[in-house]
Design a protein around this ligand. Structure first.
Ligand SMILES: Nc1ncnc2c1ncn2[C@@H]1O[C@H](COP(=O)(O)OP(=O)(O)OP(=O)(O)O)[C@@H](O)[C@H]1O
Ligand SMILES: [Mg+2]
Length: 298
């Protein structure tokens, strides 16, 4: 299991003063990059586990992911009263196929909906949804957040903002019924991470995920390959079950276009249960685990 940074957190008094006893349903955490969304989400999770026996955590960030490898979103359930993080209960994963929601917003929404449905079926009383930092209107961030809100109907929107950067999003939402908007300033301990730190974090996550990988041969005409069987060396793919959840990721290590076979570098050791091979939009080096986007879409 991927380890989570465990340095002590600074808990602002505004967090401690929150009355969580009445909160249930979907709780969505929004804010731009590095405002402390994931730190706050973990804090919420830990406290809510002391109130509810079935708490779910949705890591909705396919870039700086905390629970799963980058390009995926992960839902994890807490086991009765155990508030350790990462949660120790059941998990479901869904593949976005990229490390950014940009250009992949439909995939993000589908993954969120699918994982939220899993949480409901598992009887989660409360789900904490830690979202990506894409909030800028010009890049489609506001539309993405509004689409998530319309689709998932959170009971509470926790908004963390530094300098009014969420104003356009929050102004109409504050007037909406059936959703409480709770606003916070970021903790003074929240630190900005530049592109190279983010890239290194992803490489470390991938390296950990692909530990103990071996080669798995796939005759691709036996599977639904989506969106199409366009394989490139080092392209990242997901092996999915019939419900659309990710069984595991693989990196294309060899391609034989005549026999229509690929060899995947993957920790998955069998194709049993695989229904769909979902081709991502990312290349991952199987030695350094650094990722790079495909320069042209296929
Ligand atoms: N309350 C806090 N106490 C201590 N450190 C914090 C706190 N809040 C944030 N940080 C630190 O600031 C950095 C960014 O925090 P975090 O990852 O929670 O932000 P984020 O909004 O989820 O970022 P991203 O947009 O990349 O997902 C991390 O290194 C984290 O440890
Ligand atoms: Mg985060």
């Amino acid at each position: 299991m991927l380890e989570i940074e465990t340095k002590p957190e600074e808990i602002p008094s505004s967090w401690e003063e929150l009355d969580l006893s009445e909160l249930s349903g979907t709780l969505m955490v929004v804010g731009s990059s590095d405002v402390g969304k994931s730190t706050f989400s973990r804090y919420l999770f830990k406290r809510l586990c002391t109130i509810y026996p079935r708490v779910a955590y949705l890591d909705g960030d396919p870039g700086q992911s905390t629970l799963g490898p980058p390009t995926t979103m992960t839902l994890a359930m807490a086991e009765n009263g155990d508030n350790s993080f990462p949660p120790r209960g059941r998990r479901w994963q869904a593949f976005v196929g990229s490390v950014s929601p940009l250009g992949n917003m439909l995939a993000v929404l589908i993954c969120a909906a699918r994982l939220m449905e899993a949480a409901q079926k598992a009887g989660a009383q409360v789900v904490i949804y830690d979202t990506t930092g894409l909030v800028e209107a010009a890049r489609g961030g506001i539309h993405l957040k509004l689409a998530k809100i319309d689709l998932l109907r959170p009971k509470v929107l926790f908004a963390l903002q530094r300098n009014q950067e969420l104003q356009t999003l929050l102004l109409p939402l504050r007037r909406k019924s059936r959703m409480l908007v709770l606003e916070f300033s970021p903790s003074s301990s929240a630190q900005r991470r530049d592109t190279s730190v983010r890239k290194a974090h992803r490489a470390a996550q991938f390296a950990q995920y692909f530990t103990n990988s071996s080669q798995l041969q796939v005759n691709w005409p036996q599977f639904a390959v989506l969106p199409a069987p366009r394989f490139n060396l080092h392209r990242l793919v997901a092996l999915e079950d019939a419900d659309g959840f990710t069984i595991g990721l693989g990196i294309v290590a060899k391609i034989d276009r005549i026999y229509r076979q690929v060899v995947l570098h993957t920790p998955v050791d069998t194709l049993n249960g695989v229904d769909v091979i979902r081709v991502g939009d990312l290349l991952v080096d199987p030695v350094t685990y650094e990722d790079s986007p495909l320069t042209r879409k296929y």
